[in-house]
Design a protein around this ligand. Structure first.
Ligand code: HEC
Length: 159
């Protein structure tokens, strides 16, 4: 191979390697974004979704869409009460990357954030101990306000 030709080939190969490196960086970024939906982010989303499920079940029976079921309402309250105490651990500092709706104020106002989690736990505990439909209605309303209170300050409002 003439020297010139060799140089050209080597150059092309280098260019290919460089292009590959760039596309691999792209892949690495995609992986990074992907990881945002795993680990702590997934655990967090799963917990919040279970809250959403508990709220939906109880809300539906209070609206008369499903038959009132005291045991189910109390179980929903118990689920939220049990998991509310895990909320702070689901938000390690700086875990608001990618599509996360967690706002940085969570870590600037950690005391307020953990207080909001504690309030949810207390109100869910009241729902878990409700004795009748009226008590479920009142406790449920108070609990949902605790969800909204935290979301309003600490979660990105996309709407
Ligand atoms: C102490 C604060 C706090 C409380 C209390 C709280 N949440 Fe959240 N919630 C958040 C934050 C912050 C996010 C955004 C998390 C993210 O995107 O990384 C969120 C996200 C969610 C999501 C979206 C989950 C997803 O990723 O798909 C749902 C659903 C949800 N919350 C429901 C509830 C319900 C229902 C309650 C009450 C029973 C509740 N939350 C109580 C802070 C809270």
């Amino acid at each position: 191979m003439p020297k010139r030709q060799f140089r050209k080939t080597a150059f092309t190969a280098l260019a290919l390697v460089a292009a590959l490196a760039v596309s691999q960086t792209g892949l690495a970024d995609a992986d990074h974004d992907h990881s945002a939906h795993e680990g702590i982010y997934k655990e967090r989303a799963d917990t919040m979704k279970s809250f959403g499920g508990a709220a939906k079940t109880t809300g539906a029976m209070l609206k008369g869409k499903t038959p009132f079921d005291l045991a189910k309402a109390r179980a929903a309250g118990q689920l939220v009460a049990d998991k509310a105490s895990t909320i702070p651990a689901l938000f390690p500092e700086g875990t608001n990357a990618g599509e996360s709706e967690a706002l940085p104020i969570i870590w600037q106002d950690w005391e307020g954030f953990t207080a909001a989690a504690k309030l949810l736990g207390e109100r869910a505990g009241v729902l878990a101990a409700a004795e009748d439909q009226a008590a479920v209605g009142a406790a449920f309303g108070a609990m949902i306000k605790a969800c909204g209170g935290c979301h309003k300050t600490y979660r990105l409002d996309k709407d």
